[in-house]
Design a protein around this ligand. Structure first.
Ligand code: AMP
Length: 285
């Protein structure tokens, strides 16, 4: 495994691999790797000849008040973990290499980037779309792997790829969870012991929604109320948003349709730590 820090070198390595006929898989991450990331790397390993994992805490997707400075960073540990999944290259550029002085170009995926996470975190998806676009330009992968845990990110990137006719196939991996249902996240380390226990409330609320849905409930208002009641019963949890939407434009739906996939998503604060989770009813994203 080789660690590459410079975009120019990554471009030439990836170009040579492609010229050799290798199928290239890219797994973009912000590091602080956990089983959610590693499962994507294993999936890439199965599907591709060469696996490239990027580790880059992308400053443009953080708002000024967010946790950019504190975001956990440990490249040596990340490299050890990636090595266990037979990753071939880690691409870990510096912020200056990705956004050199005078940098001016950003990607905006309209509407999708303004809703849900985008409404709560203005500018976030502009940063995500821009960095993913750059990573695709640098690596030019055949396949790129993303987790369903960040469902809106998947929907946004698929839209960008389609709209801009980008030559890459997006592969979506399932959400990896702790035994008690909490979705793995690099931000879980911020939780106190009590907050960690309380954090199962996201999963509990989503499972309630799923079971009501399977019991025949289709009314979004009633599904939302049932989930809200579970979250409000947890004193350490503070709901940021909770929504039932379509998976194309993330438009709220009043009735869960029978035929098309429907995203149930939420963000919940525990102290300063903000966690997200989702399920998709009636199909896949
Ligand atoms: P991040 O480092 O948080 O930007 O995440 C990098 C990639 O890992 C994204 O595609 C995420 O959706 C994915 N990911 C993060 N957590 C999980 C999880 N618990 N299960 C599956 N994929 C995940």
């Amino acid at each position: 495994m080789e660690i590459i820090n410079r975009a120019t070198r990554m471009v030439s390595v990836a170009r040579d691999l492609r010229a050799d006929g290798k199928i290239i898989g890219l797994v973009p991450t912000m590091g602080a790797l956990h089983e959610g990331h590693l499962a994507l790397m294993s999936q890439a390993r199965e599907m591709c000849d060469t696996v490239i994992a990027s580790v880059f805490v992308n400053p443009t997707q953080f708002a000024a008040h967010e946790d950019l400075a504190h975001y956990p960073r440990d490249l040596a540990r990340d490299a050890e973990l990636a090595f266990t999944r037979n990753v071939d290259y880690i691409f870990a550029p510096t912020p200056d290499d990705v956004y050199p002085n005078g940098y001016k170009t950003y990607i905006n995926v309209e509407t999708i980037s303004e809703r849900l996470e985008g409404a709560a975190r203005p500018g976030h998806f502009r940063g995500v779309a821009t960095v993913v676009n750059k990573l695709f330009n640098i690596v030019h992968p055949h396949f790129a792997f993303f987790g369903r845990k960040d469902a809106q990110q998947v929907i946004l990137i698929k839209r960008m790829v389609k709209d801009l006719v980008m030559d890459v196939e997006i592969v979506v991996g399932p959400t990896v969870r702790e035994e008690d249902g909490l979705a793995l996240s690099s931000r879980n380390v911020y939780l106190s012991t009590d907050e960690r226990k309380a954090a199962t409330v996201l999963r509990r609320a989503l499972e309630k929604c799923r079971s009501l849905y399977h019991g025949g409930e289709r009314d979004s208002g009633r599904l939302l109320n049932a989930m809200r009641a579970i979250i409000e019963a947890e004193p350490l949890a503070r709901l940021d948003y909770l929504a039932i939407t379509d998976t194309t434009n993330l438009e709220a739906v009043t009735t869960v349709p029978y035929v098309s996939p429907t995203l149930v998503s939420m963000a919940v604060f525990f102290g300063k730590t903000r966690l997200i989770d989702n399920i998709v009813l009636n199909g896949e994203i």
